[in-house]
Design a protein around this ligand. Structure first.
Ligand SMILES: [Mn+2]
Length: 436
């Protein structure tokens, strides 16, 4: 039996807007949270000790993290190298350069030749030697269209056909790896992917689109003794035999993860008899308090009442309250701030209820020609919870509207009027995927 620790989606260096500067260290408190939590995972790997650590991808928010963030990450993983615990680092979509090859932020570990470290930036099979014997690890990093698709091959295909085509290519490529496996050695598939049966938080903006998803039938194969996934931030088990598991992110990256448990997975790997256990991590709470005080005689008192519970202690808090414009002078925001001093960080968002035509984004005005990008920008400035990915979303949107002949994207009259070309379809699905 081989013990392994499977963690994923560290995203170290993200969510700074939910933190504050620690005056003693000069660091953002959310970076300190992420480092502490990653430290707990590594502590457990050392104390067990496990024979192998698998990281499922998305180390940082992007492929070029600042050196102090990279160093904080490396300081933790270095402890595994020191303890001679082999480690596989898989490249996720956030680790890849949008142009060029490979996962720049993780490939440095291969370049430096860190003993026992393997970087999975392509579909490949690695035989990893552990204290308890060899393990075969197939690495399947995040796939971009250029990995699987050449332009002539996809010409004239609809979006559905492109997805089908990508699935077939992946099936073939994976089959090639499977045929080379040694049937006597335990085998893990380590993949950063969106699996078709995975579920997301209902509010997850990014799950709205239909991206390229990997069919679970491709993964649920008896040749695998464990399928270690990364990408989806919510922990879930997609299959029991073989176990196909998303450990989820180790920390809450944004408010969409408010209600999710965070943790990692400990696995006892054995041919056809693998068992595993989700290990929750004590991470900082996120807490949304949403109140409608528009009918209240004393809206301030009602708000203060809503704030008087202990869930806000040390939590990342957002207060959203709905009121009428005539009530504005009844609100004392200094007193609201004061009532929230126990929180770790606070965002307060008053939302006016209009008695007439309700304009969701008054900044846009009425009867104006709506530029989609301008509209999106305005929307994003109103969505604190999307702030971390706002730049990504805008970039992706710019990419979309700059596609030649983008009539199907023009708002409002041509929505859904025509089937997108294959080029647009691929562009769009990559965009949707890159965002998660
Ligand atoms: Mn990802």
């Amino acid at each position: 039996m081989i013990k392994l620790l499977h963690l994923s989606d560290i995203h170290m260096g993200s969510g700074f807007s939910h933190g504050r500067i620690n005056p003693e260290t000069g660091l953002n408190s959310r970076l300190e949270d992420f480092v502490e939590t990653l430290g707990r995972c590594i502590d457990r790997a050392l104390s067990e000790p496990v024979d192998l650590v698998l990281f499922g991808g998305d180390a940082f928010p992007d492929a070029t993290p600042p050196p102090y963030v990279q160093e904080a990450f490396a300081n933790q993983f270095r402890r595994l190298a020191d303890a001679q615990i082999p480690t596989v680092l898989l490249v996720g979509n956030h680790d890849q350069h949008s142009q060029g090859q490979g996962g720049a932020s993780l490939c440095i570990y291969r370049t430096l030749g860190v003993p026992g470290f393997v970087v999975g930036d392509r579909l490949d099979t690695h035989v990893v030697q552990t204290r308890k014997g060899p393990v075969q690890v197939i690495t399947l990093p995040w796939l971009t269209r250029s990995t699987l698709l050449t332009r002539p091959a996809a010409e004239g295909l609809s979006m559905t056909e492109v997805n089908q085509w990508l699935g077939d290519r992946l099936r073939l490529a994976l089959e090639g790896e499977i045929r080379r496996l040694d049937a006597d050695i335990p085998t893990v598939l380590l993949a950063h992917a969106m699996v078709d049966t995975a579920s997301y938080g209902a509010e997850r903006f990014l799950a709205v689109g239909k991206g390229f998803t990997v069919p679970i039938s491709l993964l649920a194969r008896p040749c695998f003794d464990y399928v270690a996934l990364g990408h989806v931030h919510r922990h879930q088990v997609l299959c029991d035999q073989p176990p196909i598991v998303y450990p989820g992110s180790i920390e809450r990256v944004d408010f969409s993860e408010e209600k999710e448990d965070k943790g990692f997975v400990l696995v006892e790997l054995e041919r056809e008899r693998t068992t595993f256990e989700f290990c929750p991590l004590p991470v900082r709470r996120f807490c949304t308090i949403e109140v409608d005080v528009s009918e209240a005689d004393d809206p301030q008192a009602e708000l203060l009442q809503a704030l008087s519970h202990d869930r806000i202690q040390d939590a990342v808090v957002r207060l959203i309250y709905h009121l009428r414009s005539s009530q504005l002078d009844q609100i004392d925001s200094t007193a609201l701030q004061a009532a929230l001093t126990a929180a770790h960080s606070v965002t307060i968002r008053p939302e006016l209820i209009s008695q007439l035509t309700r304009s969701r984004l008054p900044e846009l005005g009425l009867g104006n020609q709506l530029d989609p990008l301008e509209a999106l920008r305005t929307y994003l400035t109103n969505r604190d919870d999307l702030r971390d990915i706002a730049t990504d979303i805008l970039e992706a949107a710019q990419g979309l509207v700059s596609v030649e002949g983008h009539a199907w994207l023009n708002l409002p009259n041509s929505v859904g009027a025509s089937e997108p070309t294959q080029e647009q379809a691929i562009e769009s699905q990559n965009t949707q995927l890159r965002l998660l």
